[in-house]
Design a protein. Structure first.
Length: 114
């Protein structure tokens, strides 16, 4: 399994964990930790993708910065539209992150296949 495939697997796994703890309404020790990890990592990781040639520290910094920016943009956009709620923000970020991760994964596969 390549590094890009492992990264996509982590994005999908953390997204699934965030959705599950929200749907099951897990208690305070679990839900805040999983949701915070999702919000700080997944949107940026699905957007930044592999970024070949970057050091691990540069990649991690870009992931967290992009994640915080995307969460802020989505929450602000929903607030101005009059549709803000924590569940809607999470739903928009989940769908967007999965679409972005899938497109990165499929584009890498097409680049490798003849």
């Amino acid at each position: 399994m390549t590094r890009a495939e492992r990264r996509t697997l982590w994005v999908v796994g953390l997204t699934a964990a965030a959705v599950l703890v929200r749907l099951l309404e897990a208690g305070p020790p679990v839900q805040p930790v999983v949701i915070a990890a999702f919000l700080l990592v997944v949107p940026g990781a699905s957007l930044v993708g592999g970024a070949p040639g970057w050091s691990w520290l540069l990649w991690a910094t870009a992931v967290v910065a992009c994640s915080v920016s995307l969460v802020t943009l989505v929450a602000t956009g929903l607030l101005y539209a009059g549709w803000w709620s924590p569940d809607r923000v999470l739903a928009v970020l989940v769908v967007g992150s999965l679409i972005s991760a899938a497109s990165h994964h499929l584009s890498r596969r097409r680049a490798v296949e003849p």
